[in-house]
Design a protein around this ligand. Sequence first.
Ligand SMILES: NC(=O)C1=CN([C@@H]2O[C@H](COP(=O)(O)OP(=O)(O)OC[C@H]3O[C@@H](n4cnc5c(N)ncnc54)[C@H](OP(=O)(O)O)[C@@H]3O)[C@@H](O)[C@H]2O)C=CC1
Ligand SMILES: O=C(CO)COP(=O)(O)O
Length: 325
Amino acid sequence: MKIGVIGGGAWGTALAQVMASGGNDVRLWAREKEVVSVINSVHRNTLFLPDCPLSERITATGELGWVGETDAILVVTPAQHMRTVLEGLPDNGRPLILCSKGIEAGSLKLLHEVAHEVMASSPIAVLSGPTFAHEVAAGLPTAVTLASADEELARDLAERIAQPTFRPYATGDVAGAEIGGAVKNVLAIACGVVDGAGLGQNARAAMIARGFAEMTRFGLARGARVETLGGLSGLGDLVLTCTSTSSRNFSLGVGLGEGKPARELLEDRRTVAEGAATAPVLREAASEAGVDMPITQAVCALLEGAQVRPVIDALLNRPLRAEGV
Ligand SMILES: NC(=O)C1=CN([C@@H]2O[C@H](COP(=O)(O)OP(=O)(O)OC[C@H]3O[C@@H](n4cnc5c(N)ncnc54)[C@H](OP(=O)(O)O)[C@@H]3O)[C@@H](O)[C@H]2O)C=CC1
Ligand SMILES: O=C(CO)COP(=O)(O)O
């Protein structure tokens, strides 16, 4: 197969490498000329995935139209740039697999809704799960959720992109797959804060469990299925991202927990911490859906400059309630 990949960050590059290792020819679109040039000349993405030698089956390009002429296209831009990038892609009926994690600011739309608006003729699927790019690129075993409203398409794409150490599990629950990936980034910031502020491992486990309750409440309100939220793209990714400093979102939270200002932590980043963009969008979407998301609100407050201690005290002083979603 010929596979297109849109986005030359760590995740786009890792996915390109997995697809190429399975014998596919890969066309990888990157926005920056420097990324295109370095991938084609030294077969390495020295900016975003420096430690992984890349297959010669990967050709980087700045031409979206050329990437559009492939059998399936993985879309791996930061969530907030997806709409603009898709507007430059021909809507020619090739399946799009969305691999980014977030909710669009302003419209409060999930990314498959955005893609459907821009690419009305192209079948849409979502790939999400516990997937640190550097591990996937190194060929370490990884399992993901592959969702499409057309379940036959999900199963077909899963067959076509599976590799010996890369296992997609098909589902028809697109909203569930997307909500897990978007919400866990916000919760990873919260867990990082717990670590940075030295609140201990009990507190982190509590944050993961109550965070999952929060994810479930929001997911159910937006039509997700509970088994998807409890699967790879929900609970699986939540556990991964909330327990590792390899996560950019968790690391951002550690800095916040140590009392560093959010502006300073976000200013110099070249890589994305999607949770910082998703948190205020999620707060708004939750309020619109009438869903209580206290951890998300706490993360927003910290990103907006609140001090750590009062934010934690406010969470701890919430009225006691019965356990459950
Ligand atoms: N890294 C990971 O382990 C995983 C990441 N993801 C998700 O994948 C998505 C991409 O993340 P990742 O690959 O890590 O990104 P990185 O942080 O590695 O790289 C940043 C990316 O942002 C791109 N970018 C910056 N500004 C723009 C813009 N205006 N328009 C289009 N692209 C822009 C850069 O493109 P360019 O190089 O062309 O400038 C580059 O590809 C995110 O939604 C993330 O949550 C999902 C699973 C795992
Ligand atoms: O989504 C990811 C792992 O599944 C990557 O997490 P971070 O963006 O927090 O690094």
